[in-house]
Design a protein around this ligand. Structure first.
Ligand SMILES: [Zn+2]
Length: 188
């Protein structure tokens, strides 16, 4: 592979893992089209939708989201790549001259997808290294029942009326990309 090959943990890598799983566990019989993503209040087993059908819909919705964002930023972007995990490189390539706000949204989208793909595959540890956007400490956990991130820091909970603060994956992605931009600016 060329210089596009990445060994780091990215949205593309996580999506490839999900897509591979899906290929190896093909859906048989009629598919349930009840895409609920992470707002799902019913676990996969209770909804009766096979896990792989949910994964398939998750992959399709994720790719569609990247394609829609890319085309909005650059109507000349052309056809999407055939391989689903190539969509992030494709998005970056076709928005590299877009305004900073669009590039920021693109990076945020990619990072949110990285978190979502990992969680969809059952790896919720990806939220752990993040700092709580409110109390700035490390102590975040994914709560599957509520499909949200919670902060277990005691003082953070106290200042929130005794209730654990919750954060969306989009919020974590925003914080992550904003911090990346600051670090990049400092390095140059
Ligand atoms: Zn907190």
């Amino acid at each position: 592979m060329g210089d596009g090959e990445k060994t780091t943990d990215t949205a593309a890598v996580r999506l490839r893992q999900l897509a591979t799983y899906f290929r190896e566990h093909p859906v048989r019989g009629p598919e349930g089209h009840c895409y609920t993503r992470f707002s799902a209040h019913t676990p996969a087993t209770a909804s009766g939708i096979p896990f792989n059908a949910r994964v398939s819909e998750h992959i399709e919705a994720s790719v569609a989201e990247v394609v829609a964002h890319t085309r909005a930023a650059n109507p000349e972007a052309g056809p999407r790549p055939e391989r689903v995990d190539a969509v992030y490189d494709w998005a970056r390539e076709h928005t590299r001259n877009a305004p900073e706000a669009a590039q920021f949204r693109r990076d945020m989208l990619e990072y949110r997808h990285y978190l979502e793909h990992a969680i969809a595959a059952g790896d919720t540890s990806v939220v752990r290294p993040h700092r709580c956007p409110d109390c700035r400490t490390v102590g975040l956990f994914w709560q599957p029942e509520r499909a949200t991130v919670i902060c277990v820091n005691r003082r953070c909970t106290q200042t929130n009326g005794g209730i654990h603060r919750t954060h969306s994956l989009a919020r974590l992605a925003f914080e992550h990309v904003a911090l990346e931009r600051i670090l990049q600016a400092c390095a140059t």
